[in-house]
Each structure stands twice: as structure tokens, then as C-alpha cells.
Design a protein around this ligand. Sequence first.
Ligand code: CP
Length: 352
Amino acid sequence: MRHLIDFGDMTRQEWDALYRRCSDIMDRPQDYLDACRGKVSASLFYEPSTRTNFSFQTAMLRLGGSVFGFADPNSSSVAKGETLKDTVKMVSGYADVVVMRTPWEGSARAASLYSDVPVINAGDGGHMHPTQTMADLTTITRLRGGVDGLSVGLCGDLKNGRTVHSFIKAMEKFRDVKFFLISPRELAVPDYMRQFMREKGMWFTEVTGLEAVIPQLDVLYMTRIQRERFLDPLEYERNKGIYILTRRKLERAKKNLLVMHPLPRVDEIAVDVDDDPRAVYFQQARFGMFARMALLYDLANQPRMDPGAVEIGTRRVCGNPRCITRTEPYLPPLVRQIGGVDCCAFCDSPLR
Ligand code: CP
């Protein structure tokens, strides 16, 4: 693995090796104090973040490395109109690994075409967030012993929730996982995710009610309604506050349920749920730091590599208004098949 753009880029063997490393770091952190000594991580955050940005920074510091970057692109030459390509090319000349979050879908894959060092997708718009999935899998494996055979409820904004999309991608690598996809119809998973699940033969059902399915679940993964992704503010108003997990609703849940959330939360989990032993979302965020340490250990220690020439795009193929190809028109018009359908290779949207 050279970059981490999409959890689907990782094989099951690579994940198992990464989890073993992550476990070892949790159990013996003193053995890793110099694991990235002399290495430098670039942190390019074009969008707000608490957990991902700080956990990546602390991960690198705990491995003995250093960090530079921005949390506000307006403090860099992005504000003067510098392209993503040029920013990444420059930064990859200074750093050993680039950690990147943006509002544009497919931006991390675009950056990986031009970077001399590994690129890590720390969230690309409403598309993917693979290192959150590493935190999620670490939480489930550490607390339940494994992922195979679990019934998982994903609840909330499944259309715009990138953590949900990456999580589903990852579950294809495990056996007999059942998905209860709980959302209002207008916030259901995108077509490319549905096509992916069908292509991989994954078990899933789509429902609108939370309470009816709670008793069947081993994991309940709550998500925020992603206000910043709505093009129509009225659509957000219609859906905000639609799911709120309370202590009362948990009465009918399994005693060993894991209540997870990538955070930040708004109101979808009542504060008094925090004291229920089944609520593991703060632990989940801490596990994320160790998972990111394991990833940085692998990627920051890779040799630099010239990515080679990239075709210059001359026509736009993707109709997704949030796709990186809309704002960075020099990108090549790459296409790949998902479930037999031609899709944009950056944002996965079906090409019509
Ligand atoms: N889970 C997550 O990505 O949180 P942040 O947006 O705070 O990084």
C-alpha cells in the first residue's frame, strides 16, 4: 500500500497486519517512541476537524516525528488561487507523508497522482474517510474480539456521511456482516454504495425507523445530519433532529451492544447516554489515534517516489457538482467500473 485513499485499496491481509501493529502500539507504546524519528508529516486541512487533525498530529508526535501544515487554507497560497496539484507537489517536497482533508470528493485520489510521498485521505467531502474506519474497526475488534457475523445499524445521514461509506467498503472484507441502513429516504446511501454492496453480495436492508431494529443490533453506528453538505437548506431543516438516541430507546437493545459515533455529535445521541457502558464513542476516538500511529509507521517510512507524468484533462466527464474534477479541470478523465457501471474514478459517481 503506497497511499490510503479508500479503504477498498487495502487488502484484508494489509488491514490485519495494520491492526496487529495498532494493538502492539496500544500495549507497548514505549517501543514506538522513535519509530518515525526524523520523519515529517504535512497536515493539509481545508475543512474543520478536531479528532482527525489532532489525532494525526499526536500520532506523529508520539512516534517521535514532527508535523507542519494548515487548518485554514486561507493561511496558505490556496487563497491566491494555487491549484491542488501545485500545493501537493510542493508539500510533498517538504514532508514524508501528506494527510489531507477537503470538501471535494475525490481530492485525495487526485492529490496522489502528483505526490512524491504517500497521501492519506483524512476525509474528502461526503465521499470517504478511511482512517475513521480504521478507528471503527479497531474499536469493534478490541471490544468485541472481531467483526465477522455482526449485525450493524448505520443510522442518520447515510447519503452525505463519508464515515458510513468507508465503513461499508471495509465490511466487504469480513464475513456474514448484516447491515441495517436507517435513514430518511432522501438521505439514503448513494447509488454507488448500493451498487457496491450488491456487487459484493453483502446483506443489507434499508429502513426509516430506528426503534424497531435496535433489539437486533450488535453495533449501532449513529451519525450526524451533515448540515454543511446540503445544497438545499430546506432539505436540512426537514431532516435535522430526525433520529435521537436516548436511554429509553436503549432499554430494548442487547446488553453488549456497542453504541458508536464518529463524532462530532449535534443532538443525535442524548448526553445521558454517555454514561451507559455501551456508549463507546469517546474510546473510539482514542483508538483512532493508535490506528493512525500504525498507519503513519508504515507510510511515513516509505521511500520517496516520483509519481511520473499524468495525462492533462481536456474534457469534463463527471456530473457530480462536488467532484474534484469540477474545480481542478486539468485532472485526467479517469473512469472505473462499480457493479458493472462506468463511474468517475475520483468520486465514484455513476457517469450518465
Ligand atoms: N470523526 C471525525 O472525522 O471528526 P473530525 O471532523 O472532528 O475530524
